[in-house]
Design a protein around this ligand. Structure first.
Ligand SMILES: [Ca+2]
Length: 367
């Protein structure tokens, strides 16, 4: 709150145009007129009332929720069910064993529509050997606290010790989207015919949608380095993704069908014609952004190295820290004003405390 007042005071000193609006005492009226953009660049949310829902998770990666049950993937190969204060680490039985290597392992998860009836979920996981790392997307079925492979949707996705991507989400168009890292081969990201360095889109049965941008191809957008977050404005179907840059220049992109997002030829604002520049980039800083969600014109982004949830206001391109009390953060999930997130202090790059890693809930308040 203090920060907002200070910004407002400074802005008013600088901009005589705002004087009249503030004197009227009607902030909404000011926003609807042609007020200087700076004046209304306030953060939308603050977060409070922290509640710890699960502790001692092992490198948790993705949060899913069905009614009162949370399902959290652990990169080490399990799915943890969290319900009414209890947590249960559940087995995942697959036809290809999960390869827990580098940044790989059991990564994304998305529950199918009508999960409570069919028990079906998609997962993205690493497999193969350390010499030949691959990733696959499979359907698993939940039955009596166990998960078992039902069907392969896509396999032989080239992977590596780093840059496996791994986020899975079902979009408002009822298609399955997945983020695929460049597998440490940056040039593949510029090839619109190879999967590494892309965001892909498929029907829920694994077939290629007829309205994908390239014939018989899963690729929806390309030129990505290591995208790990996906979300939509459900009302407009606008799609957003987060992406790890090369030690800096992390990106938040608006994703459009068939477009090239520049990696490795472009970083930061320097995206030449034919390549889409990011909505936001971290410049010389590192956020290491992973899961993100959209709420009320704002993207809330989990950051690993940045050790925070960062808030990006889309209309006025304003950004700031929403939450920075729990170290590295891998994924976020929202329901109403309840924001859930998982820490990632046990992933080998953090300093885990006795409760780490954790599933935490905070309450969002509109500023
Ligand atoms: Ca880019």
């Amino acid at each position: 709150m203090k920060k907002k007042i200070i910004i407002s005071v400074i802005t008013c000193l600088l901009l005589t145009a705002c004087t009249q609006g503030n004197q009227s005492g009607n902030r909404n009226e000011t926003k609807e007129t042609n007020a200087a953009p700076d004046e209304v660049q306030e953060l939308k949310f603050s977060a409070s009332k922290k509640e710890m829902l699960a502790t001692e998770l092992q490198v948790p990666w993705a949060i899913s929720k069905n009614e009162d049950q949370f399902f959290v993937t652990e990169r080490t190969g399990h799915i943890v069910k969290v319900e009414d204060g209890d947590m249960k680490r559940e087995e995942v039985t697959l036809n290809e064993p999960i390869l827990v290597y580098g940044e790989g392992g059991l990564l994304g998860m998305a529950l199918l529509p009508e999960f409570e009836k069919n028990g079906l979920a998609f997962i993205y996981h690493t497999y193969g050997t350390e010499q030949a790392v691959k990733n696959r997307i499979v359907v698993i079925k939940y039955d009596q606290d166990k998960w078992t492979e039902q069907k392969v949707l896509l396999d032989e996705i080239e992977g590596a010790i780093f840059h496996n991507g791994g986020r899975l989400k079902i979009g408002p168009d009822n298609k399955l989207y997945a983020t695929i890292g460049d597998a440490n081969k940056p040039d593949l990201a510029q090839n619109s015919e190879t999967l590494p360095g892309s965001i892909i889109r498929m029907n829920l049965d694994g077939t290629v949608p007829s309205d994908n941008p390239y014939p018989d191809s899963y690729i929806y957008s390309f030129g990505h380095r290591n995208p790990q977050g996906l979300t939509w404005n459900e009302e407009t179907a606008e799609m957003y993704a987060s992406e790890h840059g090369p030690s800096a220049f992390d990106e938040i992109n608006q994703i459009e069908k068939g477009k090239n997002y520049g990696w490795p030829r472009a970083t930061g604002d320097e995206h030449p014609e034919g390549m889409v520049a990011p909505l936001f980039h971290s410049g010389s800083e590192t956020w290491a952004p992973s899961g993100l969600i959209f709420k009320d014109g704002v993207l809330l982004v989990a950051s690993l190295r940045g050790e925070m949830i960062r808030e990006f206001e889309l209309r006025f391109k304003k950004q700031a820290t929403l939450w920075d009390q729990n170290g590295r953060i891998r994924d976020v999930f929202i329901e109403g004003n309840n924001l859930y997130f998982i820490t990632n202090n046990t992933d080998g790059r953090g300093t885990p405390g006795p409760d780490d890693d954790q599933l935490i809930m905070v309450e969002l308040d509109s500023e």
